[in-house]
Design a protein around this ligand. Structure first.
Ligand SMILES: Nc1ncnc2c1ncn2[C@@H]1O[C@H](COP(=O)(O)OP(=O)(O)OP(=O)(O)O)[C@@H](O)[C@H]1O
Ligand SMILES: [Mg+2]
Length: 345
């Protein structure tokens, strides 16, 4: 079952090893890591590798449920417990009985709920909202968060006592950028899953995607593969195509201020004083010249230009005068280029 977790990097091997160790126990697990890195997949691998696998895995995103509904969602309620409680309702903890409860985005759980959850974990009993008696529960808890819980504890947004209850066994998901050796395996895995005409990646496209930092992690790569299959099924993708496909990801722009993209970095090599004898084109994220004449220099330069403009606008919060200053070009030149690339103003 753990084979679902594709990857041969040291990071992914460690995660697989951790799953194997912890799955058979009843220890509470906390999975941390950036968005899209595979936290939910790990939670389901833990469940399906445990001896609870024939019982339910119940998942709940604590950040997606309004605070006032969370208690009844988790613990259920009796008929008439509050306005609108027209029927008795079984809570998620009860549903998960004998199985695994996956609390996603636990860092978003309101303080008032944290106290109640702590009590449930300590007493191994839940009380439906409006009920008088308790119900014993046998549930294995797996939590995930992309938040830094240490910081949340310091800022009094997360209870330290609850943290120690839920964080018996931590699993830390590496970001995709930290494991470039997994990229081609994941690309093949997703291509097989989507079916249809597969594309192939040229060597320069492989270096390109290996130098890109994938702010949306595996989820972003999965989207990239889905798009690439639609647009390049049966063909070979080169670095410029890969750059285009990545630029179609809307999320990317919001991540730019923290995560500069590989194209501008590579392009910077041309303007930065380079060490003697160093050819900036050797940067792995730029496509190499090829004898078949497949290189399209104008397109590569346009890609780089467009990317610089997007980055500058992001840094300048959309203020054109400031963006043009950052780029070292005239304001009117920038406007002309934005029109050329159909960028909204
Ligand atoms: N190592 C992996 N092998 C195969 N598929 C993966 C791997 N890691 C992630 N995925 C896939 O990538 C997508 C995102 O993973 P998942 O939903 O588990 O991430 P997450 O960390 O829970 O994200 P978020 O923080 O946004 O909730 C899913 O489709 C998942 O199946
Ligand atoms: Mg998730």
């Amino acid at each position: 079952m753990q084979n679902m977790l594709v990857g041969r990097s040291h990071g992914i091997r460690q995660v697989r090893e951790a799953i194997t160790r912890v799955a058979p126990s009843n220890a509470s697990v906390i999975i941390t890591g950036p968005s899209g890195s595979g936290k939910e997949l790990v939670a389901s691998a833990i469940h399906s590798s445990s001896n609870r696998r024939t019982n339910p895995l119940v998942a709940l995103n604590c950040g997606a449920i309004p605070a006032d509904l969370l208690e009844s969602e988790l613990f259920g309620h009796e008929k008439g417990a509050f306005t609108g409680a027209i029927q008795r309702r079984v809570g998620r903890f009860e549903e998960a009985s004998g199985g695994t409860m996956f609390l996603d985005e636990i860092g978003d759980m309101p303080m008032a709920m944290q106290v109640k959850l702590l009590r449930v974990l300590e007493e191994r009993k839940v009380q439906r909202v409006g009920a008088t008696g308790d119900l014993a529960i046998d549930v294995r808890l797996v939590c995930a968060t992309h938040k830094d819980l240490d910081l949340a504890i310091e800022s009094s947004l997360f209870r330290e006592d609850l943290f120690y209850r839920i964080a018996v066994f931590p699993i830390i998901m590496p970001s995709l950028a930290e494991r470039p050796e997994d990229l081609t395996l994941l690309v093949d895995h997703f291509q097989a899953g989507f079916g249809g005409q597969p594309f192939s990646l040229s060597a320069s496209a492989v270096s390109y995607i290996q130098s890109y930092n994938w702010p949306g992690n595996v989820r972003e790569l999965r989207n990239f593969v889905e798009r690439a299959m639609l647009l390049f099924g049966g063909k070979t993708i080169d670095a410029a195509d890969a750059a285009d496909l990545i630029n179609l990801t809307p999320r990317r722009r919001s991540a730019l201020s923290h995560t500069p993209s590989p194209v501008p970095n590579a392009a910077l090599a041309h303007v930065a004083p380079s060490r003697a004898g160093e050819d900036p084109r050797m940067d792995s994220s730029l496509p190499a010249l090829d004898r078949a004449g497949k290189l399209d220099m104008n397109r590569i330069i346009e890609d780089i230009e467009r990317q610089y403009i997007l980055d500058a606008l992001e840094l300048a919060d959309g203020v054109i005068a400031e963006a043009s200053r950052l780029l070292g070009i005239q304001r009117t030149t920038l406007i002309g280029k934005m029109n050329k690339y159909n960028m909204a103003r």
